[in-house]
Design a protein around this ligand. Structure first.
Ligand code: TRP
Length: 334
């Protein structure tokens, strides 16, 4: 039977951290043999809120590509490519923009939350939000459909984007009387979100609370030793009442592929500081092969460029196949 198609991607705004690793990289690596897999480095989307820092986005395109390959993405099986190199995605975005109302975009909960976070960029009340940022979910629908993806592995915050994509697909088929795209389905990661080491809800570069795949073992040890914890004396897994220590237990459970409750009862009588040291040592041991691969890849930029070039060519073929159908349906195949 022909394989179904999978697409997902990351914004290159920083190197990937262990939250990305356990939340998405592990899944995509496990799924790549069952699906025709497209992994996008979403540089155009990263520019929607980093348009003034193109050098930052550019640097991180390489970092994110390297992180994916080091984590086990196999360039022979999977297509790893850069969004801006596929102009058909921009073309689809323009076509889809007729099928989405501005009010729908304004109501998108993920976009709303991001606008509220980015006051400096988009104003106190979001009054200065750009056309590009408000519209990036439309561009994301183009990301998903240019390769006619069936499955989109994502975190929960991305569900509104997949829902919008489904609406666009249905509307497109109805209006242009065709049946080009599968209705894409989100595939949620099973592992819960890892919080920042400072207790904030997300690991993020700007908060300096993340452990990156590219960190060295000493940095990792320091970060875990200084991770925020409560003043309790026993290890427990109860994310609601004791979020910080539970987050460390969660990380431990992911490395050891154990249930976090079992980890907590097993390690209950360790002091926080002994537990932190053990966690850091085990995490460093776990990440060692990925970090070694990463160092090797960093020393071979030509090899990474070749992989991205191969990805571009495969993605372009697929995109042109889709756009032929789309232009025909829209009667602009002159
Ligand atoms: N919006 C996603 C994020 O912030 C990244 C992304 C861009 C994406 N295009 C995509 C994810 C297409 C899934 C499918 O993480």
């Amino acid at each position: 039977m022909e394989k179904k198609t999978l697409l997902t991607g990351d914004r290159p705004t920083g190197p990937l951290h262990i939250g990305h690793y356990f939340g998405s990289l592990v899944n995509r690596v496990a799924m790549q043999s069952d699906y025709e897999t497209f992994i996008m480095v979403a540089d155009v989307q990263a520019l929607t809120d980093n348009f003034s820092s193109p050098e930052r986005v550019r640097e991180n395109v390489m970092e994110v590509a390297i992180d994916n390959i080091a984590a086990g993405l196999d360039p022979k099986q999977s297509t790893l490519f850069i969004q801006s190199q596929i102009p058909q995605i921009a073309e689809l975005t323009v076509f889809y923009s007729n099928l989405v109302t501005v009010n729908t975009l304004r109501r998108n909960p993920t976009v709303k939350a991001e606008i509220a976070e980015k006051r400096e960029l988009f104003g106190q009340e979001g009054e200065s939000v750009t056309f590009g940022f408000l519209g990036y979910p439309v561009s994301q629908a183009a990301d998903i459909t240019f390769c006619r993806a069936h499955v989109v592995p994502v975190g929960e915050d991305q569900l509104p984007m997949i829902e919008l994509t489904r609406e666009i697909v249905e509307r497109f088929h109805r209006i242009y009387n065709c049946d080009i795209f599968p209705l894409p389905q989100a595939k949620l990661s099973e592992s819960p979100r890892i919080m920042g080491l400072d207790g904030s809800s997300k690991m993020s570069k700007s908060l300096n609370n993340a452990i990156y795949l590219k960190d060295n073992p000493e940095e990792t040890m320091e970060k875990i030793k200084s991770a925020k914890t409560d003043s309790g004396t026993t290890i427990e897994f109860n994310p609601r009442t004791r979020p910080e220590i539970s987050n460390l237990v969660l990380i431990y459970s992911l490395i050891h592929n154990q249930n976090p409750k079992d980890v907590a009862s097993e390690l209950k009588h360790n002091t926080y500081s002994d537990f932190k040291i053990k966690l850091a040592q085990d995490l460093n041991r776990y990440l060692r092969p990925i970090r070694e691969k990463r160092l090797e890849l960093e020393s071979k930029p030509h090899y990474i460029k070749e992989i991205l070039e191969m990805g571009r060519s495969k993605a372009l073929n697929k995109a042109e196949e889709t756009l032929k159908l789309v232009r025909e349906a829209m009667k602009i195949n002159y």
